[in-house]
Design a protein around this ligand. Sequence first.
Ligand code: KIV
Length: 259
Amino acid sequence: MSKKIKNILNKKKKSKIICLTAYSKNVASILDKYCDLILVGDSLGSVLYNYKSTKEVTLDIMINHSKSVKQGIKRSLMVVDMPYNTYRNPKEALKNAKLVMQKTKCDAVKLEGGRKIIPIVKTLIKNKIPVMGHLGILPQTEKKFTFKGGKKIEIANLLKDAKYLEEAGIFSVVLECVETSLAKKITKQLNIPTIGIGSSANCDGQVLVIDDLIGLSESKFKFVKQYANVNKVINLAVKRYKSEVLKKQFPKTKHSFKK
Ligand code: KIV
């Protein structure tokens, strides 16, 4: 097990784990100073490409963005989402996960799902590819985007799935939109850390999509807190630029070359 993964595991019950998504080098290099884990999430499909769902995200897109992100990371653990239809069986998953690991030099991959993907998870781990799980709302296959854990059957299934995934060897699991008391039970039941998004402060760590946190996206999800308004900052800067170009105030001599 790598030092970085040990570090994440050791944080359980000691200190909250800080995670964010990144899709490019410049953003990753800022987040790297503050995050324990940086996720190249397939949420980039909706955030950057305006896709209707993450189903449209390809392996090539994930690899290209991950290569960029890698260049901005010095210390955090880097996890890359395996996109939809790239891990339908152990053979396909191994081929594609190996490609992701080799091309991006990331530390781990993340897969969505519970008991159905256990043979896939085991195959990757047997081949020394660290895996992060993802339970609760599964954006790659979900039909109804509410929360999980309102029904008895959901509670029983999620508790079992989390345990099966831990036994299969994952080092951590994202819980997306899992009801507060169920998130607490799962977190208590597992020896590995849970990372919540819309799953309350009961998780061992938190993750958000960076564009939502800085106010660059138009996301209105209940679980998002906007900590800055970068949209406003960009608007102001571009407005000033336009005005200065129109008034011939930019560029000045100092911005120009002379023989
Ligand atoms: O794709 C993504 O960004 C994710 C996080 C929101 C957990 O899976």
